[in-house]
Write a protein that binds this ligand. Sequence first.
Ligand code: GDP
Length: 425
Amino acid sequence: MVISAIATADGVGGVAIVRMSGEGSVEIARRMFSKKTEYEPNKMYVGEIDGGDFKDLGLLVCFRAPASFTGEDVAEFHCHGGREIARGILKRTLALGARLAERGEFTRRAFLNGKLSLSAAEGMAEMISAQSEAQIRAGYALYREKLAVEGQRLQALLKAALAGVEADIDYPEEDLSEDAMTESLGTMSEVEASLSMLLRQYRIGRKTKEGVNVVFAGRPNAGKSSLFNALLGYDRAIVSEIAGTTRDTLEGSITYRGVLFRLTDTAGLRSGADALEEEGVRRAEHALRGADVVIYLKEENDGIVLPDVPVITVGAKCDLGRRHGCDVEVSSLTGEGIEQLMELLYARGYGSGEEGFLMVERHYHAVERALSAVREGISAVAQRVPAELYAEDLRRAYLALGEITGETASDAVINEIFSRFCVGK
Ligand code: GDP
């Protein structure tokens, strides 16, 4: 069945693309295009496109199965980027036998035809929805199968270990021989180390995807709001600024060195205030507990006790006077120390080291389950439980890793992932 959709964003732009995929898509395209020829794959042709009640002068490019994004025959019209132009051309493809694509159906077909793994499709979605360069980079690594390849490498090791166990025993109740046990444990500890390393990547990966949560703390009048604004103003590319009431929390985002930082300015921390302020304090404390890093505008004897999260102590209003014993001194008025504060935010809030590609929660859980199965397997061998039970741990780890690429993912999971895509992707 040929599916068809507008592949470009809904709106007015330079160019819009109407894309079809499936056997017969090139034939539908030919009927709508003034230039009738054997279209060479991957080559653009200029001609008139039939939009039903109008024509547009545009381009047609065809791709032939399996060398296309979906792995099927694909035809794309590139027309002028008007909403009604693209819609007219889309309608025409539908009138000629195509059906409207569902959300993510092009990518789903690519997945089903083995053109990309499930994690690669998710990486592509991360890139499209990215709010920072770091998220694009990590999404791209996923899209280019970095995680899938690592998962498959570990799956191959597990498979070999499983084959070793099966070859070693004649009966499921038997123990492993000494040799087989040593060899198997060697493999398992390699898998365990690799999985642990992947899990560690998520510490940074989660922040790459969601942004680093930065929360301000300090007494009222310490200078929090001014610093909040100075940081937002520091970066021209403000993503959003959501204002609540003055006693609520204020949120805004900036990117620094390609990483998204979500700033939350809280109501001042103090007790014994009225009911409304109490609510503000309650929210401030809640925000503080969820912080990746706290910017604490420290004053002498302010009585503030912070939760156990990374903290940067800031001596504010340094244009008025120095405050010693802080990580950094800043002035929101003159801008002094702001750059230094950003560097500290990056180092303590985001972290140094490898910018991994484990940033999607689903992948994290799959790796976590694989790791716990591997650990159970290792202790099973040590306790000399029957080999069949050990083999079961190996299989569980293998299946958990298969969820990353989609090999062993359920239809429900696959449906859920593609339903989050847009039509035309
Ligand atoms: P908050 O209650 O902690 O949010 O504090 P504000 O940001 O509202 O600042 C309290 C007061 O300190 C205001 O009058 C600000 O103008 C002043 N202030 C804040 N930052 C600076 C600074 O860097 N230098 C100077 N001179 N005054 C500042």
